[in-house]
Design a protein around this ligand. Sequence first.
Ligand code: SF4
Length: 178
Amino acid sequence: MAKLRFATVWLDGCSGCHMSFLDMDERLIDLASKVEVVCSPYVDAKEFPQNVDLTIVEGAVSSEEDLEKLRKVRKNSKIVLALGDCGVTGNVSAMRNLVGVEAALKCAYDELSDDNKGARPNREVPKQLERVSALHEWETIDCFLPGCPPPADAIYHILSSLIEGKEYDIFNYTRFGK
Ligand code: SF4
């Protein structure tokens, strides 16, 4: 039987959700026997591939680069799972909305920086969007797993259900967005 094509992506998050994923420990071996990991920070893929069955996305949408990645993910994935509170609600990443982009950049580069005060990178840092958003504010998301981070047990449960094709878990309850 063909293995399910599986991807993970992180946008504006702290990577804690991916660390919780790794906390599945030996259950990763069970999952690995059922999926082919086609893209992930774990495997260092550079381009998001086509024809992915299931993609989990950590983090909120804060920059033009995040938005472009999310659009690629949606276009090329049958099922998209928002993993963790940043993707589900904006969470910590969206605290930037309280002050706005300019004030956040001023604080980071002009006030808190030890070296090169006031110097702002213009190539390495992607252009920030005016507002940090949850994933479903931009694209349709099929499934949501909240938590900061979600516990490994919950990640295992939902991934097992999706991999086994229990679609009622997805479409009856959680499909959301544009
Ligand atoms: S939900 Fe929590 S653990 Fe996950 S990326 Fe956001 S801040 Fe980090």
